[in-house]
Design a protein around this ligand. Structure first.
Ligand code: GLU
Ligand code: ZN
Length: 283
């Protein structure tokens, strides 16, 4: 068994992160496995070295340790490029520079029919730029690329959930094609200025690190459908998934990463012990 914690260094770790990291490390330890850390810093405009340093510091304070060197996604762009190239060669990608406003406008057009659907990445893309035949020629660089999901769907898809989704989904989760088309659509796999996306990078890296069990918050449950589809297209092993409830504050409000008051560092500064933080998240 191999688990991981994969934070983005874009703000302080809060109690929800503490839960994910501790749960993943405990799960690996109980099974004689390994717990790995991965820094998800593909968003260069938001990632900061100070936050990365704080992540190492907070996790060590919580009593966690992990093998070195730590995988950092900013070092992995060639691997993401290779994965995109595979998908491009299969005729499954197309360039699209539509922004949020273009998408909202396209969805308002009367011929679209049906109410706009909110997917894991925002409004489900109406397919404005999707070409009828797959684009030929070389994969363009520095252009956002979307997945042609209708063309990508062929094999039946499912995954194993050992935790629970937001509606209590657990066990073997089927991903019907019709629901993937409506609820996910043509997601962006190469973002502007990034050359990749969260979805592509997380799938390529979980496979590269041999992760068997992905532990993360329920806010990523719907996105798992995209990850499972990408694993099948790229011929990568599929891990089990363990989604956990989001840690909420006393009023039931979801804790945001920006909610610095509940940062692990703030509890440390107040003099709480790691054991007390563990107890606060129910571990
Ligand atoms: N990097 C993501 C985040 O910090 C988590 C990715 C994952 O666990 O799949 O929200
Ligand atoms: Zn477009």
């Amino acid at each position: 068994m191999r688990t991981r914690f994969a934070p983005s260094p874009t703000g302080p770790l809060h109690l929800g992160h503490a839960y994910s990291a501790l749960f993943a490390a405990d799960l690996a330890a109980r099974n004689g496995g390994d717990f790995l850390l991965r820094i998800e810093d593909i968003d260069r405009s938001r990632a900061r070295p100070e936050w990365e340093a704080q992540i190492y510091d907070d996790l060590h304070w919580l009593g966690l340790d992990w093998p070195q060197p730590v995988m950092r996604q900013s070092d992995r762009l060639p691997a993401y490029r290779d994965a995109l190239q595979q998908l491009w060669d299969l005729g499954l990608l197309y360039p699209c520079t539509c922004n949020r406003r273009d998408i909202a406008a396209a969805l308002e057009a009367p011929q679209e029919g049906g109410a706009p659907v909110l997917g894991p990445d925002g409004l489900v893309y109406p397919g404005t730029c999707r070409p009828a035949p797959a684009p030929d020629g070389a994969m363009p660089a520095d252009v956002p690329l979307r997945l042609n999901t209708a063309r990508a769907l062929s094999a039946p898809l499912s995954f194993t959930e050992t935790g629970a989704g937001p509606k209590g989904e657990t066990g073997q989760i089927a991903l019907p094609h019709a629901r993937m088309l409506q609820g996910i659509g043509d997601v962006v796999l190469a973002r502007r200025d990034m050359g990749t996306s969260y979805h592509l990078s997380v799938v390529v890296d979980d496979a590269a690190q041999g992760i068997t069990d992905v532990v993360r918050g329920q806010d990523l449950f719907e996105a798992t459908a995209i990850h499972v589809l990408l694993q099948s297209l790229l011929g990568l092993a599929q891990p089990r998934y363990h989604h956990h409830a989001l840690i909420r504050d006393e009023t039931g409000k979801r804790l945001a990463k920006r909610d610095d008051a509940r940062a692990i560092a703030a509890y440390r500064a107040e003099g709480l012990s790691p054991a007390q933080v563990r107890a606060m998240v129910g571990l």
